[in-house]
Design a protein around this ligand. Structure first.
Ligand code: FUL
Length: 744
């Protein structure tokens, strides 16, 4: 018998409702073979963070500390063959670190207890390659111990970065990494005479030598330094050996047992945002499609695509999983401290901007502050942390919707109370007792009970007779911060225009950020002249709000110096591009008497008279001249070949050069110059070596690198020969070359 159409439709409708409701909220949900697109979206709407993930999200702003032999050798990547004595630390001021991090509003600090070089910063029982072999506190020092004591004092959580890549264990003849040892049952921790553990937990794992070493070290780190809240596994590998594999299942069991509150970075809990420059995607979904079950997977490839979690991506998944993004970047150029005068420090503008985009973009902000060779944060870094913290507190510590009339659940600043938005009109209206002026709005979803569901939302202000849209964005998730030109009103409306099932809104806040004079940038144009103007961020948003900034900048005065001194109101006023041979330009923007951050740029010699004399080859689209055209968006690319790639530049006249800078191509990591030789000549025939350089970590951090010659050299021609290309490529790419008479 044929069923009536209405009956069939009702059954279908009923089963759809049941289907929607029968999906349990989980951290991971499998996609079943016959799942429709709607069903997949419903499943995505039921993915929630674990309690540890939620706690990690609530940290919002956390610190990274890169410290080790590289701090003394001024390298980004050590080789693992450095003498431990190079770690020539005489003082350590972990209280000063914590005080500054606390002032910035950070909640946790993650220390590189072992970076890729394999040098350990704690008193490990399992190696002598580390602090115990340095002169620091007569070989008895323990940086993690001192930091953990300071963390307790200042109320900061502690995390550890333990590099799986280990060059000491690769390079040294008795090294364990990739030594092809057999897999056997081993007890963790391995007892070491005279060094008993207070914690009596024991593990049995079938592992090889390097995994045993790694697990023993994890055991020390997770049992002897107080609670650890994040374990950071870097995916980067300067080198590999012997097909070494990592027994992540064993690592995970050990971490879950010994540090039950920790999230694991680089694996299933927390993912890298995909770049090291502080860029969070404009739509950063934390519900991530997986091809295999992430709860049993051992390998987690980096995810760098712009779109990770749109509906189209979800449809291709076999599993959906909650995995939050961490936006990591450094306050200085590079991850390790090099110098106070040569290494640029981000301004408070920059740090505050990244804070708003990352924390307000469904991500966590992990900012690295590398201590200097005196064991302190340098004064400039401290003042940036203080100022960024002050702005965060002043802006986000004052919710202008306090006292407003709206559903209590969204105004109580409590993630566990929320307003479910059902039906066609998904909106919340907020009325303030008096008009308020705001330029920021923050919204949070109840992700721990209802998942991340909003796909598009808009905020309107009531103008007296109609609603006017003031800001709009895509997803919300843990938190979205909307930034817009200031508006004054007493009635506001949040509208959800698209969502994955019905969303639940947990908080709405309104804030005002007081716009400051902008950070400036100093650069040369093609004609060799020096330009000074407000920074244009590579992130395609205007830090000071388009309409406001245009007005503001009308009242802006720029003052600069070229003698190395700090600019004051008496310094030269900038009135347009000017000529300068080279050296330091320091500039500041002033608006109504208030000064912005001082920008300091050391400029190379002008390139108007330069010519490329010779290269080994050039590709059709990326000609050699693009390496010296003052445009960092174009680059010279050699052809693919095994031979050494080089470029000879004629500077047009003789100079006494002190150093050079290499800017890699921006667009992707092919052809990055990880090492090379510089030679100079005054006649184009007789060449003298000027230096041999190495640039570590270019692929992840493709920023300009500077190299100072041992002593100044007289040069008219310069030959740069690449001896090592990062990422095993066989072409060379140079975005820009600069040569300096002075680098300070
Ligand atoms: C990268 C490493 O290679 C860098 O040295 C740094 O530790 C950064 C956080 O991760 O991949």
């Amino acid at each position: 018998m044929r069923k009536p159409l209405l009956f069939t439709a009702l059954v279908a409708l009923a089963s759809a409702c049941i289907a929607q409701n029968d999906i349990p909220f989980r951290n991971t949900i499998a996609i079943d073979p016959g799942d429709s697109k709607e069903r997949i979206v419903e499943k995505a709407a039921h993915i929630i963070p674990t309690a540890n993930q939620l706690d990690a999200l609530k940290n919002e702003f956390i610190a990274f500390i890169h410290f080790g032999p590289n701090t003394f050798t001024r390298k980004e990547w050590g080789s693992g063959t450095e003498d431990p004595a190079v770690f020539d630390l005489e003082e350590l001021h972990t209280d000063q670190w914590c005080e500054a991090m606390k002032a910035a509003g950070m909640k946790m600090v993650i220390l590189t207890v072992k970076h890729h070089d394999g040098f350990v910063l704690w008193q490990s029982r399992y190696t002598q390659y580390g602090i115990m072999s340095s002169g620091f506190r007569d070989g008895k020092g323990d940086i993690l111990k001192e930091l953990s004591a300071s963390c307790r004092k200042y109320g900061l959580k502690l995390g550890i970065y333990l590099s799986p890549a280990d060059l000491y264990q690769i390079e040294n003849p008795d090294g364990l990494y990739g030594n092809l040892s057999t897999y056997t049952r081993r007890t963790i921790p391995r007892e070491v005479p005279g060094r008993p553990f207070a914690d009596t937990t024991k593990f049995e794992f079938v592992v090889d030598d390097y995994n045993e070493y790694f697990l023993n070290q994890l055991f020390e780190l997770l049992t002897e330094y107080g609670p650890v809240h994040e374990v950071w596994f870097d995916g980067a590998h300067p080198k590999r050996k012997g097909g070494q594999r990592y027994n992540y299942k064993a690592w995970k069991e050990l971490i879950h047992t010994l540090a039950p509150e920790a999230v694991i970075f680089g694996k299933e809990d927390v993912r890298w945002c995909g770049n090291e420059s502080g860029k969070t995607r404009s739509t950063e979904w934390n519900v991530i499609p997986y091809g295999e079950n992430p709860d049993t997977a051992t390998h987690f490839p980096d995810m760098t695509d712009e779109d990770l979690g749109s509906r189209e991506k979800l449809y291709k998944a076999k599993y959906l999983h909650y995995q939050q993004a961490e936006t990591n970047t450094s306050i200085r150029e590079g991850w390790f401290y090099r110098d106070d005068h040569l290494q640029k420090v981000r301004s408070p503008d920059d740090v505050f901007d990244i804070y708003e985009r990352s924390v307000g973009g469904n991500s966590t902000f992990l900012l690295n502050i590398p201590p200097n060779r005196e064991g302190r944060f340098s004064p400039e870094d401290v003042s940036v942390l203080n100022e960024a913290g002050r702005r965060i507190r002043e802006t986000y510590g004052n919710n202008l919707f306090n006292g407003a009339s709206a559903p209590e659940a969204v105004l109580d600043n409590d993630l566990s109370t929320f307003v479910p938005l059902k039906g066609e009109q998904k909106e919340i209206v907020i009325n303030t007792p008096a008009p308020v002026t705001l330029n920021r709005l923050s919204v949070q979803e109840a992700i721990d009970t209802h998942g991340e569901r909003v796909e598009k939302h808009t905020v309107d202000a009531w103008t007296g007779d109609s609603w006017k849209e003031i800001a709009s964005a895509t997803n919300i998730g843990y938190k979205r911060i909307l930034r817009f030109p200031e508006v004054t009103a007493s009635r506001f409306r949040l509208r959800v225009e698209a969502s994955r099932l019905d969303p639940s809104i947990a908080t709405i806040g309104a804030f005002y950020y007081e716009t400051r004079p902008p950070q400036l940038q100093v650069s040369r144009s093609g004609d060799g002249k020096v330009n000074i103007r407000p920074v244009e961020t590579g992130f395609n948003w205007k830090p000071h709000n388009e309409s406001i900034s245009e007005n503001l900048y009308k009242n802006m005065d720029i003052r600069y110096t070229v003698d190395g001194s700090l600019p004051t109101m008496k310094s030269t006023a900038y009135s347009g591009p000017f000529e300068l041979d080279g050296g330091a330009v320091k500039a500041v923007a002033v608006i109504r008497g208030e000064k912005g951050p001082v920008t300091s740029e050391v400029l190379g010699i002008p390139k108007n008279g330069w010519k490329v004399k010779e290269t080994d080859s050039e590709s059709a689209r990326h000609k050699a001249g693009m390496a010296i055209d003052e445009d960092r968006n174009t680059w010279w690319q050699s052809e693919s070949s095994e031979r050494q790639h080089y470029i000879v530049v004629d500077l047009g006249e003789e100079y006494v050069l002190s150093g050079f800078a290499y800017t890699p191509r921006k667009q992707d990591s092919r052809g990055m110059m990880a090492g090379g030789i510089i030679e100079v000549s005054t006649d184009g025939k007789n060449w003298k070596p000027a230096g041999v350089f190495e640039f570590g970590n270019l692929v992840n951090d493709p920023t300009t690198r500077k190299y100072m010659f041992g002593s100044p050299v007289l040069a008219r021609q310069v030959r740069v020969t690449a001896t090592e290309i990062a990422g095993e490529d066989d072409t060379l790419a140079i975005g820009e070359l600069d040569f300096y008479e002075r680098l300070d």
